[in-house]
Write a protein that binds this ligand. Structure first.
Ligand code: F6P
Length: 323
């Protein structure tokens, strides 16, 4: 049975990562299993930046954004030598179980580590993008959506004051999960996502139609990975045909900060505890996720090779509700 667990956070940070770390540490403590924290993701593992963690180490943490361990991206980890060094560092620290909190890049590293060493590994989906197969939601997604919606609620005031259209760019890497949820929840008039080819002519015509119907301000949510480009590019391409004044607002890394929502704290607690349970029950090479409130396990490879469905019926709902 796994005797000592290492936990790390890797890739883009997400609100709720700390709640997941807390759940790993306290669940392991309840089973009298030691936990060490690995700072700065795989970069810290390569530098052996290891810290002992106990129940008190994660006190007063559940409500804090970011990650107490820090995170980083590591090019060295993508090399055979780097991978070997990371595996040796884990084994020399007596770590025989790894909980890797992050996205697909994090899980690729964890899978490779398990393949060249005796270390078992389990992934916890920690990214605001929600672009991992095998979980209804990733840790950080709900918080990021809430942050973006709050920002758009503020933009509405000034858009209405000036009879303006706002192009609002949100994160999400190559998927439109953040953009679509934000679009519906913020009552946006349009949302541009990578999953649906963007027709700028149709967008421009829709804006004109709504203006003629008396809608004097509009919000267009743009996913950063949209096929038509980033928000500023789209605004530049449309500017000469738009019949109303417009501005662009890129929400950027604001979406990654702030206190995790209750929903993110809940799934982070479930998944941090679930990851420890999976390791202690002898399983490895899987990501723990939540579906219909239940914790499930998905083989690492499927989390990035299988495409997660986007609820495109929300697009139709938006069209109806944005009239
Ligand atoms: O993966 C999370 C994420 O916030 C993406 O949505 C975004 O494209 C990327 O990270 C930004 O990466 P960085 O923080 O390195 O600029």
């Amino acid at each position: 049975m796994v005797k000592r667990i290492g936990v790390l956070t890797s890739g883009g940070d997400a609100p709720g990562m700390n709640a997941a770390i807390r759940a790993v540490v306290r669940t392991a403590a309840a089973e009298e299993v030691e936990v060490v924290g690995i700072r700065r993701g795989y970069a810290g593992l390569l530098d052996k930046e290891i810290v002992q963690l106990g129940p008190r180490s994660v006190a007063n943490l559940i409500h804090r954004g970011g990650t107490m361990l820090g995170t980083a991206r590591s090019e060295e980890m993508k090399t055979a030598a780097g991978l070997r060094k990371a595996a040796e560092n884990l084994e020399s620290c007596g770590v025989d179980g790894l909980v890797a909190i992050g996205g697909d890049g994090t899980f690729r590293g964890a899978k490779e580590l398990s393949e060249i060493s005796s270390v078992h590994s389990v992934g916890v989906p920690g990214t605001i993008d929600n672009d991992l197969y095998g979980t209804d939601a990733t840790i950080g997604f709900d918080s990021a959506v809430n942050t973006a919606v709050e920002a758009i609620d503020r933009l509405r005031d000034t858009a209405e004051a000036h009879d303006r259209l706002f192009f609002v760019e949100v994160m999400g890497r190559t998927r439109g999960f953040i953009a679509l949820s934000v679009g519906v929840a913020a009552g946006a008039e349009d949302v541009l996502i990578p999953e649906v080819p963007t027709d700028l002519e149709a967008l421009s015509a829709a804006i004109r139609t709504r203006l003629a119907a008396g809608k004097r301000s509009s919000i267009v949510v743009v996913a950063e990975g949209d096929d038509a480009g980033r928000a500023f590019e789209i605004a530049d391409r449309l500017g000469h045909v738009l019949v109303m004044d417009y501005r662009v607002c890129v929400l950027g890394h604001v979406q990654r900060g702030g206190a995790p929502s209750a929903q993110d704290r809940l799934i982070a607690s479930k998944l941090g505890a679930g990851a420890v349970r999976t390791l202690l029950e002898g399983r490895t090479g899987v990501m723990v996720g939540v579906t219909n409130g239940m914790v499930i396990e998905t083989p690492f490879v499927e989390t990035w090779s299988k495409e997660k469905n986007l609820d495109t019926t929300l697009l139709y709902l938006m069209k109806v509700l944005a009239r």
